[in-house]
Design a protein around this ligand. Structure first.
Ligand code: GSH
Length: 224
């Protein structure tokens, strides 16, 4: 069975999960592939113990074992899963459409998951009194000034009720992680009505249950 190494923890304000681990979990769920979670302590992301670095040279999550294979980096893992487990396709077949999916996936990852989101999300892993509120506000400001306007524009190019590139695809997967973060941070999205409706649509997918802040660690530790 596939083993996904990631970090998840229950807090009174919701169950928090690695955003990049969530990307991989969503693809496993969408494809109905059997897996179990190996839940690493959040402290491992700082300490980077040798057994972790042996499997991911940067000591990050996620990494995944599929039999003898060890694979790191959420985007690489998700593309591997797409090719290895072709049920429930998450990539279109036409080259320009494939390019657009990869372009948006990369934007969501680079701009948000490693850009504006960590300053918002990481403080939630501490007690409310210990959070760097100034840092959180900077992350929120970047999200509102750069990332959400672009996403609103992208969503303006697809018909209402569809996903970022039409059918649900790998482009939507990092945005599922954004939906998770913004369920906890709960900003006012009146200025971004298409984003607001889209994030709510993402939260309706059955795969979202496995990353929802409402789903406890013990209730989403794998499938099958
Ligand atoms: N490009 C990597 C980024 C992974 C990443 O940054 N993961 C975070 C948790 S969401 C982490 O492990 N942070 C610890 C660190 O940056 O050292 C991927 O897509 O998997």
């Amino acid at each position: 069975m596939i083993v996904l190494y990631t970090t998840e923890r229950d807090y009174p304000w919701g169950t928090l999960r690695s955003t990049h681990g969530a990307k991989t979990k969503v693809v496993l769920e969408e494809k109905g592939v059997a897996y179990r979670i190996e839940n690493l302590p959040p402290g491992h992301l700082m300490k980077k113990p040798p057994e972790m670095v042996a499997k991911h040279p940067l000591g990050k999550v996620p990494y995944l074992e599929d039999g003898e294979l060890v694979i790191f980096d959420s985007t690489v893992i998700d593309e591997y899963l797409e090719e290895r487990y072709p049920q429930q396709r998450l990539m279109p077949s036409e080259p320009i459409a494939r390019m657009r999916v990869r372009e948006l996936e990369n934007f969501a990852d680079e701009a948000m998951l490693i850009g504006s989101v960590p300053p918002i999300w990481m403080p939630y892993w501490s007690e409310p009194g210990k959070r760097d509120l100034e840092r959180m506000e900077k992350g929120r400001a970047l999200l509102r000034s750069r990332d959400l306007p672009y996403l609103e524009k992208v969503l303006g190019n697809v018909s209402d009720g569809s996903y970022a590139c039409g059918e649900f695809s790998l482009a939507d997967v990092p945005l599922m992680a954004l939906a998770m973060v913004l369920e906890v941070d709960a900003p006012n999205l009146d200025a971004f009505p298409k984003v607001d409706a889209y994030l709510q649509r993402l939260r309706q997918r059955s795969s979202y249950r496995a990353i929802s802040p409402k789903t406890k660690v013990a209730d989403a530790s794998g499938r099958g």
